[in-house]
Design a protein around this ligand. Sequence first.
Ligand SMILES: Cc1ncc(COP(=O)(O)O)c(C=O)c1O
Length: 334
Amino acid sequence: MIKAISSLRKTLVLPLHLHIRTLQTFAKYNAQAASALREERKKPLYQNGDDEYVDLDWDNLGFGLTPADYMYVMKCSKDGEFTQGELSPYGNIQLSPSAGVLNYGQAIYEGTKAYRKEDGKLLLFRPDHNAVRMKLGAERMLMPSPSVDQFVNAIKQTALANKRWVPPAGKGTLYIRPLLMGSGPILGLGPAPEYTFIVYASPVGNYFKEGMAALNLYVEEEYVRAAPGGAGGVKSITNYAPVLKALSRAKSRGFSDVLYLDSVKKKYLEEASSCNVFVVKGRTISTPATNGTILEGITRKSVMEIASDQGYQVTQIRLIHSKHPNTLSFTPDL
Ligand SMILES: Cc1ncc(COP(=O)(O)O)c(C=O)c1O
């Protein structure tokens, strides 16, 4: 199934229609960046030649952070409008110790990828869907958010500026991480007075070290990922630190990841730490129905659309986790 998802995903990537841009196009860099780039002034900010790559071991990419050269930063003014963003060299950012994100976790993120085609051109995977999901998440976390156009533009600029970091076709992808956070200072619990949207990128290989081989998932019966009424249905940063303990325990026991159950009855299958799950039987593909505790993955939606087009019966239902002496099975709760 994972193989199927991967090939379906490839059919949904979108061409990236931005042209080569030069340093002049992205003129506003901070002083440090400008001086670092002064030597390069006559050259384009980034090289878009098809044969130009950074020096990396493309055959052994894991899912670790190898920051690409440029990040995109856009600030939100007091009136809730995002101003024109700009690219700058990847680097640390300054935050007040009392920033809303550091104290109260007011932030959401997204994850999307740029792919390189055999002819060198770049493709993005449905970035407009990430933009819409970020808007929904921002509403839940009481934050202003970039418009869909601003979001997609930021992704395109980040991908193109870092084109040398997009792995050769078939060797991996450029993972692109948009992050929206309450960056303004606040003491009492409340929404931050200012917001920052950042997009950075890193070349990656498979998320799981198992690659395309089967995963060994630990069904978690103690810790839960999300509860009804919480923020499990959006990509709030607050959903992730609480799963680390369960994930670490599962890994120490030799498992690849954790399968979470619902928090009320500890009976229904929900999702893994960072991906949705499907149960496949013959020509029927089932996935847990979303109800606010499960993230509505863009891969999930795409798999359902394409599988259905290809004649599979696709159902969104409650799947019961049932234990048998030597095996586990998931049964539809009809
Ligand atoms: C908890 C969780 N579920 C599902 C997904 C899959 O989402 P998508 O298919 O949009 O990448 C993610 C992605 O990071 C996630 O963190």
